[in-house]
Design a protein around this ligand. Sequence first.
Ligand code: SF4
Ligand code: SF4
Length: 65
Amino acid sequence: MAYTIVTETCTVCGSCESECPNKAISHKGRIYSIDPEKCKECEGDYDAPQCGEVCPSGSCIPLAA
Ligand code: SF4
Ligand code: SF4
């Protein structure tokens, strides 16, 4: 399971990119996305997903369906 970024609600603020311990978040053009192969839900690194912790939107980084 991995987290994903909902582009419709992401404001492209950039806060999440540097917080990921696995460098799973990248910026292409005006879209941020999470590589599902690299996202480990922060397990072993933090108690909570760091991308979701710093995201000011609060709702644009759900678990991928
Ligand atoms: S949940 Fe953790 S590992 Fe996954 S993208 Fe967010 S910060 Fe990176
Ligand atoms: S922190 Fe949230 S709003 Fe900011 S770039 Fe990441 S997903 Fe988008």
